[in-house]
Design a protein around this ligand. Structure first.
Ligand SMILES: Nc1ncnc2c1ncn2[C@@H]1O[C@H](COP(=O)(O)OP(=O)(O)OP(=O)(O)O)[C@@H](O)[C@H]1O
Ligand SMILES: [Mg+2]
Length: 370
């Protein structure tokens, strides 16, 4: 692996328009994308993902800050002069050219010789598993096939960085899932740094080495997928990635990395990323706990008792809603692998148990409460 980062984004701000119409699309963005990394920008519509890609590609200029590619400054470099290529949401193949001509396009622009162009086209068709399709026209291919050709066309000039802006969103679910494997394989095989944009958390989790979760022009958390899911740094991230129960509790003891909390008159030991300085004077925290981490146990064996108000069969799992004795509703997920035949039913009284370190404590500041 190269020591120099593929992309360094330093202190970048982007404002569209001016005066009353000004829109701050990105504010104070810092990030380093490593060479050969599969890096994902994840966030809801309008949070600034495409804007950040367009700045890296050179279609837009930042109002403040700078972007370096492999340590080099990019100011003044036109998009085509950058070692970067982009794949957009719609396949955007040239409709009047054959598949082979589509893939050749960038290579011709680079002034490559015909012999080299032909062998690269063959190699790219092989790479996306479409060796037989070179002579077809784009409208003779399915959506998924067109998107694979769009990828082949973008990879052919061997960019150092490939930017992918929601490239799978026009495909149906099955194809999208198949393409995840394909993309991951392509990235591994080519060693090209991928910067992938999506608002689909499953897509992000399944492919990425690291994910930057964005909201309203800022990066909320930048970590490996596991860390983002297991240790969200605030309520936005906890809510955006997967399902979560948010429980109000108070802190009774602060230990490095963990907090002993009081909830429903019992003790919960939660993971903690905050410092004592982040705690409010009332020592309030909000516990974020995933539905699959909660345990339903025999009555009186958990931190509190609860009534099962809904029990929904979902195939691999059962989605259960319980109402705790003190009124709080919680979502619980139970895997359907129990062969004892015992099924939790609506109306059952159960104990709710939050195992040690299965909840993450978020302070008022992290929860956005203060
Ligand atoms: N050319 C433009 N002029 C003015 N405002 C713009 C322009 N392009 C984007 N914006 C605004 O900047 C913000 C970020 O837009 P951006 O397209 O980067 O979001 P996004 O995260 O890619 O969203 P989506 O998931 O919907 O594609 C939005 O508020 C958007 O309305
Ligand atoms: Mg976008």
């Amino acid at each position: 692996m190269n020591d120099i980062n593929a992309i360094s984004v330093k202190n970048v701000e982007k404002i569209y328009g001016g005066g009353k119409q000004a829109v701050t699309a990105l504010k104070d963005i810092h990030l380093e994308i490593r060479d050969r990394e599969f890096f994902t920008l994840l966030g809801p519509s309008g949070c600034g993902k495409t804007t950040l890609l367009r700045l890296i590609a050179g279609f837009e200029q930042p109002n403040q800050g700078e972007i370096l590619l492999f340590g080099d400054h990019l100011e003044g470099l036109e998009p085509y002069q950058r070692p970067v290529n982009t794949v957009f949401q719609s396949y955007s193949l040239f409709p009047h050219m054959t598949i082979a001509e589509n893939i050749s396009f960038g290579l011709k622009m680079q002034g490559k010789m015909q012999k080299e162009i032909s062998s690269t086209v063959a190699e790219m068709l092989e790479l996306v598993k479409m060796a037989e399709y070179g002579e077809r026209m784009p409208n003779q291919l399915s959506g998924g096939q067109q998107q694979r050709i769009a990828l082949a066309r973008a990879l052919a000039p061997r960019p150092k960085v490939l930017l992918l802006d929601e490239p799978l969103s026009a495909l149906d679910l099955k194809l999208r899932q198949a393409m995840r494997h394909e993309l991951k394989r392509l990235q591994r095989d080519t060693g090209i740094t991928f910067v992938f944009v999506t608002h689909d958390q499953e897509e992000a989790m399944s492919m990425s080495d690291r994910i930057a979760v964005m909201s309203q022009g800022s990066i909320q958390q930048l970590d490996a997928p596991e860390t983002i899911y297991e240790r969200p740094c605030n309520e936005f991230v906890a809510n955006f990635i997967g399902d979560v129960n948010l429980i109000d509790a108070s802190v009774s003891e602060f230990q490095p990395g963990k907090l002993v909390c009081q909830w429903a008159g019992s003790q919960v030991v939660a993971a903690n990323t905050a410092t004592t300085a982040d705690l409010s004077s009332e020592n309030r925290v909000r516990l974020a706990v995933r539905p699959e981490k909660l345990r339903l146990v025999t009555k009186d064996q958990g931190q509190t008792n609860a009534q099962v108000t809904e029990s929904m069969y979902m195939g691999t799992d059962r989605y259960i809603t319980v109402t705790c004795d003190h009124g709080e509703n919680l979502e619980v997920r139970v895997q359907n692998s129990d062969v004892s035949g015992e099924v939790i039913q609506e109306g059952d009284t159960v104990g709710v148990f939050i195992p040690e370190l299965s909840a993450v404590a978020l302070t008022d500041q992290q929860s956005g409460l203060s």
